[in-house]
Design a protein around this ligand. Structure first.
Ligand code: SAH
Length: 521
């Protein structure tokens, strides 16, 4: 069985309940470029996901090949969802796929979707009909293979149509569309609008008279997907400010993230709730050194240590994982006291059944070291198990206090460009190209190692459209200090060391910038 399902215009919440139910139970999903990755999250984990859209630098899969994929999957007994943007029968080539299924006697059903032809103008405040103003609307392709200028034959005749004209796939032909409508008798001052990424958080609209719309589009740098609307209602703006609707303070902001996948998944989720468009830029990978001779020696000498210091949740996790994997008994730690740098590290320790004996009030290496220096004595033996390149402040303070410690590398963190990795992991080029090419308003850093990886990656990120530059956001002082070492000032330092604090700091920045009127919409 094959279901041709309309995904709606972009915002995943605009998919039908029936479509969502089919996604969440299908055995195979065949999709091309998706406006949102959310759809992929609705399918069961065992579902086969087959991407048939444009590959970076390659052409799309030919329609015959897509038809063959659908037929083969269905004949193998799977319930297949063929997901299409908008509605499957509006310029979606759904009909061709159905003909192929019929030729093989495969049962199918179509599930309508909200078409972008109506929804995208609507979300930009443009009604396609309005009593007394527009009594009809016409949905026209702006790109055909055989027409002159890639436009449908006798295109001029559309210039004499009453009502609202909606062009899909027309952005590349906009100058010809405008010129030929005017040739066909349409007044050059007829209102026109172009809407980019309609219904998505980074939706943009430009409006101008038909004769000037192309210049306006070029000036704004409007890209695809985009819809062109021509007619009296194109000048309507029937929406209130986006921010009083459900979009959140970060609507339209692009945020690049540097951090472990675990961290950027959580941060990304929280930022999306506020309306941001997020994308991991560098994925930090944690590489364990628990098996290295120095750490193994430390495990053998646990009886000699009186304090164990953790400066990160990663460190805690890797330390205990190694004990578990090599069959060490936790009672080896029975006599040891634990110090943690902050909340998150403390919570991870508690996950392994141990409660921290010491945590400083402010979560930084210096406070940790000063606190310990005031309660430990020279008869204590301290084990610091932490990441390579950890702050030297910690050890220098302990040393000055005359305390005896072993500072051992338990792991190191390395950055990997997300773009490279996405292409290696999945068939889909995905949105990994987004940050560099489309610009980023903010980049978030959650560790000094992330800052170092970013600076040495040679990445050249374009400035964001909302902020006009890329603002650097650090989770706390240590991370910001790492930027400073390289002569760069962090634009925002959150200082709360947790995800909600980081999100709040960015939202506050965006709100105050907009209040100053410095952000352009
Ligand atoms: N079946 C789809 C249309 C497919 S043709 C539907 O019913 O909506 C693809 C064209 O749709 C794009 O070139 C663009 O013109 C338009 N489009 C689709 N989604 C869009 C969006 N979110 N914003 C602007 N245009 C969109």
């Amino acid at each position: 069985m094959v279901y041709l399902v309309g995904a709606g215009p972009g915002d995943p919440a605009l998919m039908t309940l029936k479509g969502q139910a089919l996604l969440s139970s299908c055995g195979a999903l065949v999709y091309d470029h998706l406006a949102s990755r959310q759809f992929l999250e609705w399918v069961p984990s065992a579902c086969r996901k087959i991407y048939v859209g444009k590959q970076a630098g390659h052409h799309s899969m030919k329609q015959d090949e897509i038809n063959a994929v659908l037929v083969e999957l269905a004949l193998s007994g799977l319930t297949v969802v063929r997901l299409k943007g908008g509605d499957p029968f509006v310029f979606g080539r759904g009909g061709e796929e159905i003909q192929a299924l019929e030729a093989h006697g495969i049962p199918y059903e179509t599930v309508p979707g909200v078409t972008s032809a109506i929804a995208v103008p609507e979300c930009a405040g443009i009604p396609v009909t309005h009593r007394g103003v527009s009594r009809s609307f016409h949905v026209i392709t702006g790109h055909t293979r055989d027409g002159e200028d890639c436009l449908p034959p006798e295109f001029e005749t559309y210039g004499s149509l009453p009502g609202t004209l909606v062009f899909l796939m027309g952005l590349g032909q906009l100058p010809a569309i405008a010129a030929r409508l005017i040739e066909g008798g349409m007044a050059p001052d007829t209102p026109a609008a172009v809407i980019e990424k309609g219904t998505l958080p980074d939706q943009r609209t430009v409006r101008a008279p038909l004769s000037g719309i192309y210049a306006k589009v070029m000036e704004a740098g409007i890209g695809t997907p985009a819809i062109i609307v021509v007619g009296e209602t194109a000048s309507f703006d029937m929406k209130c400010d986006m921010k009083c609707r459900s979009f959140g303070p970060l609507a339209g902001y692009r945020i690049g993230m540097v951090g472990t996948r675990h961290f950027t998944d959580s941060l990304g989720h929280a930022l999306k709730q506020e309306g941001a468009v997020v994308s991991p830029i560098l994925e930090m990978k944690v590489i364990s050194h628990a098996k290295c001779p120095a750490m193994q020696e430390a495990y053998r000498n646990l009886a000699a240590y009186t304090w164990l210091i953790f400066t990160s949740a990663n460190g805690v996790r890797l330390f205990f994982q190694e004990m578990q994997q090599s069959g060490m008994d936790y009672r080896l730690l029975g006599h040891i006291k634990f110090a943690v740098i902050g909340d998150g590290t403390g919570r991870e320790l508690a996950n392994f059944g141990f409660h921290a004996d010491y945590m400083p009030d402010s979560f930084c290496a210096e406070a940790l070291a000063r606190g310990l220096a005031s309660i430990l004595t020279d008869s204590d033996r301290i084990l610091i198990a932490r990441s390579k390149g950890g702050s030297p402040v910690l050890t220098s303070i302990l040393e000055t206090a005359g305390l005896v410690y072993d500072d051992i590398v338990l792991y190191q963190v390395e950055g990997r460009l997300v773009r490279e990795q996405r292409q290696a992991d999945t068939e889909e080029p995905g949105d990994a190209k987004l940050p560099v090419e489309e610009g980023v308003d903010y980049i978030t850093f959650a560790s000094a190692s992330g800052v170092r990886a970013y600076l040495s990656s040679g990445l050249n990120i374009n400035p964001g459209q909302r902020t006009g530059k890329t603002r650097l956001v650090c989770i706390g002082d240590i991370t910001a200090g790492e930027l400073k070492k390289h002569g760069i000032k962090a634009d925002i330092t959150a200082g709360t060391y947790h995800i909600q604090g980081l999100v709040q700091a960015i939202a506050d920045d965006a709100i105050s910038r907009e209040a100053e009127g410095s952000a352009s919409v």
